[in-house]
Design a binder for this molecule. Sequence first.
Ligand code: TXA
Ligand code: MG
Length: 355
Amino acid sequence: MKTQVLKPTDEALRLAADLLRAGQLVAFPTETVYGLGANALDSAAVPGIFASKGRPADNPLIVHIHDRKQLDGLCRTNDNALKLMEAFWPGPLTLIMPRKPAVPDAVTAGLETVAVRMPSHPVAAQLLKACDLPIAAPSANRSGKPSPTTAKHVFDDMDGRIPLILDGGSCDVGLESTVVDMSGDVPCILRPGGVTKAMLEAVIGDVTVAGSVLRPLRPDETALSPGMRYKHYAPTGQVTLVEGDEDDVVAALALLHQQAVQSGQTPCVMCFTEHAAALRDCHPHDIGSRDNPAEVAHRLFDTLRRLDDEGMDAIFSEVMPPEGVGLAVMNRLGRAAGFRSVQARDVLRAEATAP
Ligand code: TXA
Ligand code: MG
């Protein structure tokens, strides 16, 4: 199959809407990451998403809408869900609500709930309006790879697998939407994103955060969000997070880089703008200012993909406090590292006492 990449002209949007109505797949930009869409109510079209991504069938999809009237056919809402929609839709917030029977099992992976979001990106909004269908869309990457934040990322993963990619430039937020389960007594953040815990709590009061957001799922634990079970966002090289006081971290990053070079690896560091000059001999990837988590979120997936393009096999990364958008950054970075981390102090001490 030939994959077309088109700017989102009226003509391209019409073609995209026609393809979706005909049961085909279209990749499109959203404010978070690029999505890979199919008609959510077409149970023959949805399996194509899983096949082209190589996605496990038990990982459910998010349904994208442009008008709250579409909710009637999809799910049951409640007061808190309606308040959050009022406050944050259209925008990077996905709500999990009890499903209605019209939603195919392939979309929900057989769960009794369905995830719904209304994206704010103008191209996504225009496409959803043009086809006037609820569109099931996961991130448009091959399963396991970092989510795509440019049309080129999508093309790198999906060339030959889908007929059309709408190119709307680079995505603003850069990390996937905040996913909140609204189906229980207390709303629970399953995946942190651009809409933070504090922002949600300002509207509806107490919200909990799923335990597995900042650590791996325990073998005895059932995943609240099936996507949490899978290895995600990971570059091919091993990522190690380096924690501790600022000066120690910079010194430890330099030392770890040097040790990796000596052992014949091709290493690099992922560091904040503030430390890029001090680490200039360590192949630094500047992930943004440590005072600007939104900037780090925006750059993270592009950086992770570049590490693969450059053939890096050992990657040492700074960390940020898991607060606000920093929680979303650390959730993705933790998964990219397989939760492997070291204390900068220990690294420096081991070197000082080495024979
Ligand atoms: O920003 C985003 O959310 C992007 C854009 C394209 O909208 N989409 C996205 O979809 O990130 P995906 O499929 O990569 O991630 C959806 C996440 C998965 O972790 C999945 O397990 C979870 O949402 N999810 C979907 N439906 C669910 C449900 N009914 N219950 C619990 N988790 C669910
Ligand atoms: Mg994804």
